[in-house]
Write a protein that binds this ligand. Sequence first.
Ligand SMILES: [Zn+2]
Length: 477
Amino acid sequence: MKILKQILKIVFALIALLVLSLLIIVWVDASRTNYLDINKNEPISNNSYLISNVNIIPMNKDTVLLDKMVYIKDGVIEKLADTIKVNGVQIFNGESKYLTPGLIDMHVHVWDRYELGLYLSNGVTAVRNLWGMPMHLRIKEDVIEENIFSPSFFTTGPKLTGSEFIGDDNLNLTNPREAKEKIIEYKESSYDFIKTYYGLDKAIFDAVIEQAKISEMDIVAHPSQKVPFSYHLHSQIKSIEHAEEIVQQPLQFDLDQRKLQSIIDSISKSKHTNYCPTITVFNNIYQMMMNDSILDSDSLKYMNPLIKMDDSKRQFDRWFNAKQNDPKTVDRIKSQHDFHLTIVKKLHKAGVPIICGTDGGIGVTLPGSSIHKELAFYKEAGLSNYEILKTATVNASRTHEIMNQLGTIEEGKVANLLVVDENPLDNLSSLRKPTYVFVNGRKLNRETLDSFDEKAKNRKNLIATALRYLENLIVEK
Ligand SMILES: [Zn+2]
């Protein structure tokens, strides 16, 4: 008995030690991103400015307002005019540069707080996170309470999936009641939107729509293959994700322009549906196949280390093997990518609002900088610079009521703004690495933004990320 007691003691001590070390790992990781903390006593926390001598791209119409002044009061655009007189406010000379609304990435997967800095550095001042976990609710709370520098943060709940197994993020909803309970639970937890995913059959799908309506939650749909594509044109669904889902589902990989047109027509008839094509993440399959050492490239150092070790590697191996087994795969993927550009072109022509999303954070799709790739693809698809900038500003902000305060430079809107050297309507690449980023009226200069990049590079938070992911699996099951 005495020996047994001793063994139990040792076991308990070991468990306690393990839990303690895990807590320390999470705590250390949290303290490493404290460079994003807003210290209310420091000048950087000031959120009232008078911007003078600046050219405004307001994005509520296709125009440039030359040589204006902007008064930002407590993080909100209070006034735009030729001259504004206010006392006791810090003046920022715009030096004839251009002021645009901050960019919005409508499809991201955030794994840690370092990524928040990466988004800001690349001019992204709002994100819609599409795979919600408890850690995202904590980020959201810190953003709302203005504790940290971060893009405005919106998140869906965990993905709603059907009964068949699709991976460890699977919820295995087997009946309509379970689906409704999840939505009520997500609403109570203060997730912003519902994300539907693969495998929802008609009964569950209908229940999701019914409950989302009652709970007043917008749905973001990764189309389910178990119901017709047309089901996703319901008014409760505010955006449909991924151009490739049109190819995979209604077109069954038949890259036929005529068939495509009839699908586009049906989308455009449902006036409430926005489309988020995420061209970048699919194109990255092609990029992976074209570059055998992509995982060792410098840019991949900005990926979360757990994702890089697991998801990026798995995706790379999958397409590397596919290429080895059938060299034609490369051409097939490239043709499908080109077809996605046709989809964007046709959607735009049919009047469907396109919203810019990247799938940043997974595979080899970098958080932050990917938005500039995505915008460049819309250019290739034939959109004008103004129409392209709309996808990442006003189109995005109009998608959900809770985002309406973003996306344009108008009185009453949130002061999420970029200061860039050149007119982005002439040259979109001027949006890369803005000279200044205003987020909630707080001004970050290039030096600070570059330091956010530097801190995120080669970060060593693999175990902390795994623990947060584990938390999600425990909470959700
Ligand atoms: Zn995604």
